[in-house]
Design a binder for this molecule. Structure first.
Ligand SMILES: Cc1cc2nc3c(=O)[nH]c(=O)nc-3n(C[C@H](O)[C@H](O)[C@H](O)COP(=O)(O)OP(=O)(O)OC[C@H]3O[C@@H](n4cnc5c(N)ncnc54)[C@H](O)[C@@H]3O)c2cc1C
Length: 331
């Protein structure tokens, strides 16, 4: 792997780092330790001193800051021109961006201009066994396949999907070296004019699901929406949040945003309890990195037992009410 640092191109949500940026930063931090490279946060924006401090608190060793009114709102030409110039100057080894609309736009532009290999929408980033290369994992064919991709250009670039990693630890006292760079942009560089925007609401249920230490997820084994309360009650007893399979969200037993899996959220709680879930790969890919997985299923041959650390082969209607009662009694 070539020399050079690991860059995360930061994206903000309002006045703070977006959740997806925080998640990518945890992977950047981990890679930087293993590969002995510096982790550099790149912040292109306007009046962004506070954000720069946040990047350090989320683990960046250094921050490259460009503060320019032309970068107040994302615009392809301005951001691409500045990032291209920074890459010329600092020659990073790895560049990671959020697989958001803007991140995908910017990554594609830079990849084409500089002939950098780009893997889009990664769900996992792993070092090869010899630690000489990176295996970029991305879902294909709507999650039916997971492809391991190698990047052959010296510089590697990837966009990372939401929920691929847990968010980085936050240390309020951490500071980083800040390198201030001029954008070099003029108003003529920007060929579009930002007029207005409307913020979409952050789904509180999804937010809770992604940030909970305990997730209790339900599948079709619940039998019907009338039994869904068991999932909610067990989650509540454990102070966790509710997840679901696609089968269940498609049936409308709960909100779509609670879906876990390749076409839903990727979660890694301390404890994941799967109730009446068969364990299809499209589901397990979204929860298999949970620290402890407990499955309750009445079919001893269910796939989910291959992913679970602990399994209960029983009718969930026998087990779950007693479990809820026992947990509540012990409080
Ligand atoms: C392109 C694509 C993308 C997909 N994306 C996703 C995704 O993101 N997330 C996702 O979850 N799925 C996804 N799926 C669907 C996935 O393939 C499975 O169909 C789905 O996960 C199955 O959901 P389930 O486990 O709830 O239902 P089932 O497969 O029907 O399993 C129900 C389980 O409950 C058990 N059970 C039944 N009754 C009881 C009982 N009384 N007590 C205990 N256990 C009981 C059964 O033994 C069975 O194992 C996707 C599929 C495709 C094709």
């Amino acid at each position: 792997m070539k020399k050079g640092n690991i860059w995360v191109i930061n994206e903000n949500s309002g006045n703070s780092l977006s959740l997806i940026s925080q998640e990518i930063m945890s992977k950047a931090k981990e890679l930087s330790k293993t590969l002995d490279k510096e982790f550099v946060g790149v912040e292109l924006g306007y009046e962004n001193d506070e954000i720069v401090k946040e990047l350090a608190r989320y683990g960046a060793d250094k921050v490259i800051q460009v503060d320019d009114e032309n970068l107040k709102h994302y615009n392809t030409l301005g951001f691409a021109k500045v990032l291209d110039k920074l890459i010329d100057k600092y020659d990073p080894a790895i560049i990671m961006l959020p697989a958001s609309h803007n991140g995908r736009d910017l990554a594609g532009r830079i990849s084409a201009k500089r002939h950098i290999g780009l893997v889009a929408d990664c769900s996992s980033v792993e070092l090869t066994e010899d630690k000489e290369d990176i295996k970029w994992v991305r879902p294909s064919f709507d999650g039916k396949l997971f492809c391991d991709v190698r990047i052959l250009s010296e510089t590697m670039m990837a966009t990372i999907g939401r929920g691929a990693f847990v968010k980085a630890d936050y240390n309020e006292n951490k500071v980083a070296e800040v390198i201030k760079e001029e954008s070099g942009l003029t108003a003529e560089d920007i060929k579009t004019e930002f007029v207005d925007y409307e913020e979409s609401d952050i789904d509180p249920a999804l937010d809770k699901l992604l940030n909970s230490k305990v997730v209790v997820a339900g599948g079709r084994g619940l039998g019907g929406p009338e039994n869904w309360h068991l999932v909610e009650e067990l989650a509540e007893a454990l102070g966790g949040s509710v997840g679901a399979t696609k089968a269940v969200t498609d049936l409308g037993w709960c909100e779509k945003s609670l879906q876990v899996g390749v076409t839903g959220a990727n979660v890694k709680p301390d404890l994941y309890i799967a109730l009446g879930i068969s364990g299809a790969i499209q589901h397990t890919k979204g929860m298999e990195d949970s620290a402890t997985i407990i499955a309750i299923n009445n079919d001893p041959d269910a796939q989910i037992f291959k992913t679970a650390h602990y399994g209960i082969v029983d009718d969930l209607f026998n087990v779950v009410p007693k479990l809820i009662e026992e947990i509540n009694n012990r409080k």
